[in-house]
Ligand binder design. Structure first.
Ligand code: SF4
Length: 432
């Protein structure tokens, strides 16, 4: 019997058009029905030089379903190359052309000699969600554009993290990771956001290693790049938020990259000194609010659910209730992520549920005894249930309707402080 999924937290794979959009001057060309882009676009920081409203689209209809849409795809690519000034053109296929069997790869191959690179990614909605679609885009760049090279740049590190736009803090987070890596004396290379784009894509094969900061997303891309481009990778499974995890992160990266230990410790010390100076100044506020929020729950993708759980337990000494991972994490990764939730300070372990059904998540939240008011960090869907429980709510994951983020971030020492500010700004309002 068909199952109903309540309050889904992701989009279909074609939603990865946002991954392409996050690459400066990269243009998605959609081979899909006319409604797909409209349905998948959001108005949260996605206007600009290219926006979903102007993405070239084949807008395939009933006739194309019968006779095939390859002719239309050919002319759409041809015209996009003529009239839209981009550095990289990425064809994304939706459900209809893949169901009727259009050979989009063959059409794209006709543009191998075009002045600008044209690649394609199969992103039909029935193949998975936009997390999967994001991986398909990176795979397409690796398979169809990049070439292996013996030329290596000493200290160059490609950094990969979460899905742009799906992750509200994607831009600020990746910039902060860059800064931290730079402080170790390494040279970060990322492809998303302002002034990155094609030049940085071209540098990928020259890196000494890939750094993946994510519980699971992107791991298959790392393996592919190791195989095809000979780039080794370091997989750091936790988004480092706050001092405990960020110091661990810097030590791990430093060791992998062969950075002098003293240098790593000096970077850590400078950050930790300031971090704990700030924490000390507000220690009384934390103590007061521990009585109010004894336990917390995070409802987010694996990246935030794990990263924030570790931060709140390790740095703030809060007690985790059940945590929810809502990104439909592939089964192969779940055991390993579950183990990560057990690696908390003070002998704490967090129980985690991989659950995509919002109704079930809310039932569990309602039934749990938080020993007081709960602290809930999740999508906007959790606002109402938290209010009913008289808890404190912070909208940190998709869907987001409670917050506008330009380039704010939760990563690193500074990101941990930002998250504390956001949580306690809400907590103190209780006293007003
Ligand atoms: S599920 Fe298919 S038809 Fe629906 S938006 Fe995604 S690609 Fe388009």
């Amino acid at each position: 019997m068909a199952k109903l999924l309540d309050k889904q937290r992701y989009k279909c794979a074609l939603g990865a058009m946002q991954t392409v959009q996050a690459i400066d001057r990269a243009l998605p060309i959609l081979h899909s029905g006319p409604g797909c882009a409209q349905k998948l676009s959001e108005s949260i920081g996605s206007s600009g030089y290219f926006s979903p409203n102007i993405f070239p689209c084949t807008s395939i209809n009933e006739k194309d379903v019968v006779f095939g849409g390859v002719k239309k795809l050919n002319s759409t690519i041809e015209n996009a190359l003529k009239v839209v000034d981009a550095d990289l053109y990425v064809v994304l296929t939706g459900c209809i052309p893949e169901i009727v069997g259009d050979d989009s790869g063959e059409v794209v191959s006709r543009f191998a000699d075009a002045d600008k690179p044209v690649i394609y990614a199969p992103t039909a909605g029935f193949k998975g969600n936009n997390y999967k679609g994001h991986e398909q885009i990176v795979d397409a760049i690796v398979d169809q554009y990049l070439k292996k090279t013996d030329k290596k740049q000493k200290g160059l590190v490609n950094i990969w993290a979460d899905v742009p736009y799906q992750d509200l803090f994607w831009l600020g987070n990746i910039r902060e990771l860059e800064k931290l890596i730079k402080e170790l004396g390494l040279t970060p290379n990322t492809i998303f956001g302002f002034k990155r784009g094609i030049d940085n894509i071209n540098k990928i094969p020259e890196a000494e290693f890939n750094l993946l900061v994510s519980p699971w997303l992107g791991l298959s891309n790392m393996k592919k790049m190791e195989r095809k481009l000979g780039i080794p990778y370091l997989h750091y499974p936790t988004l480092p938020i706050g001092a405990t995890e960020t110091s661990k992160f810097l030590r791990t990266v430093g060791e992998f990259a062969g950075v002098d230990k003293e240098k790593v410790e000096a970077v850590i010390k400078e950050h930790e000194d300031y971090y704990y100076y700030l924490i000390e100044r507000y220690a009384d506020l934390f103590l007061e609010n521990r009585v109010i929020n004894k336990q917390f729950t995070v409802i987010a993708d694996a990246q935030y659910s794990l990263g924030i759980t570790k931060f709140l337990a390790n740095d703030l000494g809060l007690v985790p209730a059940k945590q929810f991972v809502v990104d439909d994490t592939p089964k192969a990764y779940r055991d390993q992520i579950t183990e990560e939730f057990k690696k908390l300070n003070f002998g704490l372990e967090a129980e985690v549920s991989f659950e995509t059904d919002g109704y079930k998540i809310h039932q569990e939240i309602k039934q749990h005894d938080y020993n007081g008011y709960p602290l809930i960090l999740g999508g906007y869907y959790e606002k109402e249930v938290t209010e009913k429980l008289k808890g404190n709510f912070l909208n940190i994951s998709w869907p987001v309707q409670d917050k506008v983020v330009f380039d704010d971030f939760y990563v690193g020492y500074t990101g941990g402080i930002r998250l504390i500010e956001d949580i306690y700004t809400i907590a103190v309002q209780r006293f007003n």
